[in-house]
Design a protein around this ligand. Structure first.
Ligand code: NAP
Length: 307
Protein backbone atom coordinates (compact mmCIF):
# COMPACT_ATOMS: atom_id res chain seq x y z
CA UNK A 1 0.00 0.00 0.00
CA UNK A 2 1.25 3.50 -0.81
CA UNK A 3 1.70 5.07 2.61
CA UNK A 4 -0.64 8.06 3.01
CA UNK A 5 2.15 9.68 5.05
CA UNK A 6 5.87 9.07 4.57
CA UNK A 7 6.87 9.74 8.20
CA UNK A 8 4.49 9.44 11.15
CA UNK A 9 5.49 10.60 14.63
CA UNK A 10 3.70 9.14 17.65
CA UNK A 11 4.14 11.17 20.83
CA UNK A 12 3.34 9.03 23.87
CA UNK A 13 3.77 5.28 23.35
CA UNK A 14 0.95 3.64 25.29
CA UNK A 15 -2.14 1.62 24.36
CA UNK A 16 -3.43 3.92 21.63
CA UNK A 17 -0.07 4.78 20.01
CA UNK A 18 1.13 1.18 19.94
CA UNK A 19 -2.23 0.07 18.49
CA UNK A 20 -1.95 2.74 15.76
CA UNK A 21 1.52 1.46 14.87
CA UNK A 22 0.41 -2.20 14.79
CA UNK A 23 -2.66 -1.31 12.70
CA UNK A 24 -0.50 0.71 10.26
CA UNK A 25 1.73 -2.31 9.73
CA UNK A 26 -1.25 -4.62 9.34
CA UNK A 27 -2.62 -2.25 6.66
CA UNK A 28 0.71 -2.58 4.86
CA UNK A 29 1.74 1.05 5.34
CA UNK A 30 5.47 1.40 4.91
CA UNK A 31 5.66 4.85 6.52
CA UNK A 32 8.58 5.46 8.85
CA UNK A 33 7.15 5.47 12.39
CA UNK A 34 9.08 7.69 14.79
CA UNK A 35 8.12 7.41 18.46
CA UNK A 36 8.74 9.30 21.67
CA UNK A 37 7.73 8.61 25.27
CA UNK A 38 8.84 10.68 28.27
CA UNK A 39 10.23 7.75 30.31
CA UNK A 40 13.32 5.76 29.35
CA UNK A 41 11.49 2.63 30.46
CA UNK A 42 8.62 3.08 27.97
CA UNK A 43 11.09 3.96 25.21
CA UNK A 44 13.05 0.78 25.94
CA UNK A 45 9.90 -1.38 25.84
CA UNK A 46 8.79 0.24 22.56
CA UNK A 47 12.23 -0.41 21.05
CA UNK A 48 12.16 -4.01 22.27
CA UNK A 49 8.69 -4.69 20.77
CA UNK A 50 9.75 -2.87 17.63
CA UNK A 51 6.51 -1.12 16.64
CA UNK A 52 8.47 2.08 15.89
CA UNK A 53 11.25 2.37 13.31
CA UNK A 54 13.00 4.90 15.51
CA UNK A 55 12.55 5.82 19.17
CA UNK A 56 13.63 9.31 20.25
CA UNK A 57 14.58 10.82 23.58
CA UNK A 58 12.76 14.07 22.87
CA UNK A 59 9.44 14.82 21.19
CA UNK A 60 11.15 17.56 19.15
CA UNK A 61 13.49 14.99 17.56
CA UNK A 62 10.63 12.58 16.85
CA UNK A 63 8.53 15.15 14.93
CA UNK A 64 11.39 16.46 12.76
CA UNK A 65 10.45 15.88 9.11
CA UNK A 66 7.18 14.09 9.96
CA UNK A 67 4.20 14.77 7.70
CA UNK A 68 1.83 13.37 10.34
CA UNK A 69 2.22 13.85 14.09
CA UNK A 70 -0.26 12.24 16.51
CA UNK A 71 -0.28 13.23 20.18
CA UNK A 72 -1.11 10.10 22.22
CA UNK A 73 -0.55 11.46 25.75
CA UNK A 74 -3.14 12.15 28.48
CA UNK A 75 -5.43 15.10 27.75
CA UNK A 76 -3.85 17.24 30.47
CA UNK A 77 -0.37 16.86 28.91
CA UNK A 78 -1.33 17.89 25.34
CA UNK A 79 -0.63 21.62 25.79
CA UNK A 80 2.91 21.16 27.16
CA UNK A 81 3.79 18.64 24.45
CA UNK A 82 2.43 20.97 21.74
CA UNK A 83 4.51 23.83 23.15
CA UNK A 84 7.63 21.66 22.93
CA UNK A 85 7.09 20.39 19.37
CA UNK A 86 5.48 23.51 17.83
CA UNK A 87 8.73 25.10 16.59
CA UNK A 88 9.89 21.76 15.12
CA UNK A 89 6.81 20.89 13.05
CA UNK A 90 7.37 20.78 9.29
CA UNK A 91 5.36 23.19 7.10
CA UNK A 92 2.41 21.34 5.52
CA UNK A 93 2.42 18.64 8.23
CA UNK A 94 -0.79 17.41 9.85
CA UNK A 95 -0.95 17.51 13.64
CA UNK A 96 -3.59 15.40 15.36
CA UNK A 97 -4.30 13.89 18.75
CA UNK A 98 -6.33 10.99 20.14
CA UNK A 99 -7.55 12.67 23.33
CA UNK A 100 -10.87 11.60 24.81
CA UNK A 101 -11.91 15.26 25.26
CA UNK A 102 -11.79 17.66 22.32
CA UNK A 103 -12.60 21.29 23.28
CA UNK A 104 -9.94 21.44 26.02
CA UNK A 105 -7.31 19.89 23.72
CA UNK A 106 -8.12 22.39 20.95
CA UNK A 107 -7.71 25.27 23.44
CA UNK A 108 -4.45 23.85 24.82
CA UNK A 109 -2.79 22.93 21.51
CA UNK A 110 -4.10 25.69 19.20
CA UNK A 111 -1.83 28.53 20.48
CA UNK A 112 1.33 26.51 19.76
CA UNK A 113 0.61 25.78 16.10
CA UNK A 114 2.93 27.39 13.58
CA UNK A 115 1.60 28.73 10.24
CA UNK A 116 1.06 26.08 7.59
CA UNK A 117 0.46 23.13 9.94
CA UNK A 118 -2.94 21.43 9.61
CA UNK A 119 -4.50 20.72 13.00
CA UNK A 120 -7.10 17.93 12.94
CA UNK A 121 -8.17 16.88 16.45
CA UNK A 122 -9.65 13.36 16.54
CA UNK A 123 -10.80 10.68 18.97
CA UNK A 124 -10.83 6.95 18.25
CA UNK A 125 -13.64 5.54 20.38
CA UNK A 126 -11.84 2.33 21.11
CA UNK A 127 -9.89 1.25 24.13
CA UNK A 128 -9.39 -1.28 26.85
CA UNK A 129 -8.71 -0.98 30.57
CA UNK A 130 -5.02 -1.74 29.90
CA UNK A 131 -2.34 0.84 29.27
CA UNK A 132 1.30 1.09 28.25
CA UNK A 133 3.27 0.04 25.15
CA UNK A 134 2.68 -3.70 25.64
CA UNK A 135 -1.12 -3.37 25.64
CA UNK A 136 -1.64 -2.34 22.00
CA UNK A 137 -2.92 -4.59 19.22
CA UNK A 138 -3.68 -4.14 15.51
CA UNK A 139 -7.41 -4.93 15.74
CA UNK A 140 -8.26 -2.30 18.40
CA UNK A 141 -9.92 0.10 15.93
CA UNK A 142 -11.69 -2.45 13.74
CA UNK A 143 -15.29 -1.38 13.18
CA UNK A 144 -15.05 1.32 15.88
CA UNK A 145 -15.65 5.01 15.27
CA UNK A 146 -12.91 7.58 14.98
CA UNK A 147 -14.45 11.04 15.34
CA UNK A 148 -12.76 14.02 13.68
CA UNK A 149 -13.47 17.41 15.27
CA UNK A 150 -11.82 19.80 12.79
CA UNK A 151 -11.24 23.41 13.79
CA UNK A 152 -12.73 26.18 11.65
CA UNK A 153 -9.65 26.63 9.48
CA UNK A 154 -8.87 22.90 9.05
CA UNK A 155 -7.85 22.22 5.45
CA UNK A 156 -10.37 20.02 3.55
CA UNK A 157 -7.73 18.03 1.69
CA UNK A 158 -5.71 17.38 4.88
CA UNK A 159 -8.91 16.25 6.62
CA UNK A 160 -9.79 13.80 3.82
CA UNK A 161 -6.27 12.40 3.86
CA UNK A 162 -6.37 11.87 7.62
CA UNK A 163 -9.81 10.28 7.43
CA UNK A 164 -8.47 7.83 4.82
CA UNK A 165 -5.60 7.00 7.20
CA UNK A 166 -8.01 6.02 10.00
CA UNK A 167 -10.18 4.11 7.60
CA UNK A 168 -7.12 2.05 6.63
CA UNK A 169 -6.53 1.31 10.33
CA UNK A 170 -9.96 -0.39 10.38
CA UNK A 171 -12.08 2.44 11.84
CA UNK A 172 -15.33 4.00 10.70
CA UNK A 173 -14.83 7.74 10.44
CA UNK A 174 -17.20 10.63 11.17
CA UNK A 175 -16.94 14.40 11.59
CA UNK A 176 -18.44 16.25 14.56
CA UNK A 177 -18.19 19.59 16.36
CA UNK A 178 -15.89 19.53 19.41
CA UNK A 179 -18.55 20.67 21.91
CA UNK A 180 -21.05 18.15 20.61
CA UNK A 181 -18.39 15.43 20.84
CA UNK A 182 -17.72 16.31 24.48
CA UNK A 183 -21.42 16.13 25.38
CA UNK A 184 -21.97 12.84 23.54
CA UNK A 185 -18.91 11.26 25.17
CA UNK A 186 -19.98 12.53 28.60
CA UNK A 187 -23.13 10.42 28.14
CA UNK A 188 -21.61 7.36 26.51
CA UNK A 189 -18.27 7.12 28.27
CA UNK A 190 -17.29 9.70 30.88
CA UNK A 191 -20.31 9.57 33.23
CA UNK A 192 -20.50 5.73 33.00
CA UNK A 193 -16.83 5.53 34.01
CA UNK A 194 -17.47 7.77 37.02
CA UNK A 195 -20.45 5.63 38.02
CA UNK A 196 -18.31 2.47 37.74
CA UNK A 197 -15.54 4.05 39.84
CA UNK A 198 -18.14 5.01 42.46
CA UNK A 199 -19.82 1.58 42.55
CA UNK A 200 -16.49 -0.21 43.00
CA UNK A 201 -15.57 2.28 45.75
CA UNK A 202 -18.86 1.57 47.53
CA UNK A 203 -18.27 -2.18 47.28
CA UNK A 204 -14.76 -1.71 48.61
CA UNK A 205 -16.16 0.08 51.67
CA UNK A 206 -18.67 -2.73 52.10
CA UNK A 207 -15.95 -5.35 51.83
CA UNK A 208 -14.48 -4.12 55.06
CA UNK A 209 -17.72 -5.24 56.69
CA UNK A 210 -18.38 -8.45 54.80
CA UNK A 211 -14.78 -9.54 54.28
CA UNK A 212 -14.29 -11.17 50.87
CA UNK A 213 -17.95 -11.74 49.92
CA UNK A 214 -17.96 -8.86 47.43
CA UNK A 215 -15.24 -10.57 45.40
CA UNK A 216 -16.34 -14.15 46.00
CA UNK A 217 -19.96 -13.70 44.91
CA UNK A 218 -19.34 -10.90 42.44
CA UNK A 219 -22.01 -11.13 39.74
CA UNK A 220 -21.56 -10.07 36.13
CA UNK A 221 -22.82 -6.51 36.66
CA UNK A 222 -20.27 -5.79 39.35
CA UNK A 223 -17.45 -7.56 37.50
CA UNK A 224 -18.10 -5.33 34.49
CA UNK A 225 -17.89 -2.28 36.75
CA UNK A 226 -14.54 -3.47 38.12
CA UNK A 227 -13.16 -3.83 34.58
CA UNK A 228 -14.12 -0.25 33.74
CA UNK A 229 -12.89 1.02 37.11
CA UNK A 230 -9.47 -0.54 36.44
CA UNK A 231 -8.86 2.05 33.68
CA UNK A 232 -5.81 4.31 33.85
CA UNK A 233 -6.12 6.81 36.76
CA UNK A 234 -4.13 9.59 35.03
CA UNK A 235 -6.09 9.39 31.81
CA UNK A 236 -9.43 9.48 33.61
CA UNK A 237 -8.46 12.23 36.05
CA UNK A 238 -7.62 14.35 33.01
CA UNK A 239 -10.87 13.44 31.23
CA UNK A 240 -13.00 14.69 34.14
CA UNK A 241 -10.94 17.83 34.76
CA UNK A 242 -11.09 18.71 31.05
CA UNK A 243 -14.72 17.80 30.29
CA UNK A 244 -16.07 19.27 33.49
CA UNK A 245 -19.21 21.06 32.30
CA UNK A 246 -20.59 18.28 30.09
CA UNK A 247 -19.86 15.60 32.69
CA UNK A 248 -21.51 17.63 35.47
CA UNK A 249 -24.54 18.25 33.25
CA UNK A 250 -24.99 14.53 32.58
CA UNK A 251 -24.34 13.56 36.20
CA UNK A 252 -27.04 16.07 37.25
CA UNK A 253 -29.54 14.34 34.98
CA UNK A 254 -28.35 10.95 36.15
CA UNK A 255 -28.94 11.91 39.77
CA UNK A 256 -32.50 13.04 38.99
CA UNK A 257 -33.30 9.73 37.27
CA UNK A 258 -31.69 7.80 40.10
CA UNK A 259 -33.92 9.59 42.61
CA UNK A 260 -37.00 8.75 40.48
CA UNK A 261 -36.06 5.06 40.44
CA UNK A 262 -35.23 5.14 44.15
CA UNK A 263 -38.68 6.60 44.81
CA UNK A 264 -40.34 3.93 42.63
CA UNK A 265 -38.63 1.21 44.66
CA UNK A 266 -39.68 2.81 47.94
CA UNK A 267 -43.31 3.30 46.85
CA UNK A 268 -43.51 -0.09 45.14
CA UNK A 269 -44.16 1.42 41.69
CA UNK A 270 -43.42 -1.72 39.66
CA UNK A 271 -44.94 -0.30 36.46
CA UNK A 272 -42.46 2.55 36.43
CA UNK A 273 -39.53 0.19 36.96
CA UNK A 274 -40.77 -2.24 34.31
CA UNK A 275 -41.36 0.49 31.71
CA UNK A 276 -37.96 2.00 32.42
CA UNK A 277 -36.12 -1.30 32.06
CA UNK A 278 -38.04 -2.11 28.85
CA UNK A 279 -36.84 1.17 27.36
CA UNK A 280 -33.21 0.55 28.34
CA UNK A 281 -33.28 -3.01 27.00
CA UNK A 282 -34.22 -1.62 23.57
CA UNK A 283 -31.11 0.59 23.67
CA UNK A 284 -28.92 -2.48 24.18
CA UNK A 285 -30.61 -4.13 21.19
CA UNK A 286 -29.85 -1.03 19.11
CA UNK A 287 -26.14 -1.16 20.03
CA UNK A 288 -25.93 -4.81 18.95
CA UNK A 289 -27.83 -4.14 15.70
CA UNK A 290 -25.39 -1.29 14.95
CA UNK A 291 -22.55 -3.84 15.26
CA UNK A 292 -20.98 -2.00 18.23
CA UNK A 293 -21.04 -5.00 20.59
CA UNK A 294 -21.43 -8.76 20.61
CA UNK A 295 -24.85 -10.40 21.00
CA UNK A 296 -23.22 -13.38 22.77
CA UNK A 297 -24.63 -13.86 26.29
CA UNK A 298 -22.44 -12.35 29.04
CA UNK A 299 -20.30 -10.60 26.37
CA UNK A 300 -19.13 -13.98 25.06
CA UNK A 301 -17.26 -14.95 28.21
CA UNK A 302 -16.32 -18.61 28.42
CA UNK A 303 -18.20 -20.33 31.21
CA UNK A 304 -16.24 -23.04 32.99
CA UNK A 305 -18.07 -26.32 33.42
CA UNK A 306 -18.38 -27.40 37.07
CA UNK A 307 -16.35 -30.28 38.27
P1 NAP B 1 -1.28 5.08 28.10
O1 NAP B 1 -1.30 3.68 27.60
O2 NAP B 1 -1.29 5.32 29.58
O3 NAP B 1 -0.04 5.86 27.46
C1 NAP B 1 0.16 7.23 27.71
C2 NAP B 1 1.48 7.71 27.15
O4 NAP B 1 1.58 9.11 27.43
C3 NAP B 1 2.70 7.03 27.75
O5 NAP B 1 3.68 6.83 26.76
C4 NAP B 1 3.18 8.06 28.77
O6 NAP B 1 4.57 8.07 28.91
C5 NAP B 1 2.80 9.38 28.14
N1 NAP B 1 2.56 10.42 29.15
C6 NAP B 1 1.83 10.33 30.28
N2 NAP B 1 1.83 11.49 30.94
C7 NAP B 1 2.59 12.34 30.24
C8 NAP B 1 3.01 13.67 30.42
N3 NAP B 1 2.58 14.39 31.48
N4 NAP B 1 3.82 14.23 29.48
C9 NAP B 1 4.22 13.53 28.40
N5 NAP B 1 3.88 12.24 28.18
C10 NAP B 1 3.08 11.67 29.09
O7 NAP B 1 -2.54 5.92 27.53
P2 NAP B 1 -3.52 5.62 26.31
O8 NAP B 1 -4.62 4.74 26.78
O9 NAP B 1 -2.73 5.25 25.10
O10 NAP B 1 -4.17 7.08 26.15
C11 NAP B 1 -3.53 8.10 25.41
C12 NAP B 1 -4.56 9.12 24.97
O11 NAP B 1 -5.59 8.44 24.24
C13 NAP B 1 -5.27 9.88 26.10
O12 NAP B 1 -5.40 11.24 25.74
C14 NAP B 1 -6.64 9.23 26.17
O13 NAP B 1 -7.62 10.17 26.60
C15 NAP B 1 -6.87 8.80 24.73
N6 NAP B 1 -7.74 7.63 24.55
C16 NAP B 1 -7.64 6.56 25.40
C17 NAP B 1 -8.49 5.48 25.22
C18 NAP B 1 -8.44 4.30 26.17
O14 NAP B 1 -9.43 3.58 26.34
N7 NAP B 1 -7.32 4.03 26.81
C19 NAP B 1 -9.41 5.46 24.16
C20 NAP B 1 -9.43 6.55 23.28
C21 NAP B 1 -8.60 7.64 23.49
P3 NAP B 1 5.35 7.10 29.91
O15 NAP B 1 4.95 5.70 29.57
O16 NAP B 1 6.77 7.36 29.60
O17 NAP B 1 4.92 7.49 31.28
Amino acid sequence: MTPPYARVALIGLGLIASSIAHAMRRAGMTSHIAGHARSAETRAVAAEIGFCDSVHETAAEAVAGADLVILCVPVGAMGDVAAEIGPHLAAGATLSDVGSVKRAVISAVGPHLPEGVHFIPAHPIAGTENSGPRSGFAELFDGRWCLMTPVTDSDGHALERYMAFWHALGAEVDVMGADHHDLVLAVTSHAPHLIAYTMVGVADDLRRVTDSEVIKYSAAGFRDFTRIAASDPTMWRDVFLNNRDATLEILGRFTEELFALQRAIRTGDGDLLHDYFTRTRAIRRGIIEAGQDTDAPDFGRAHRPRG
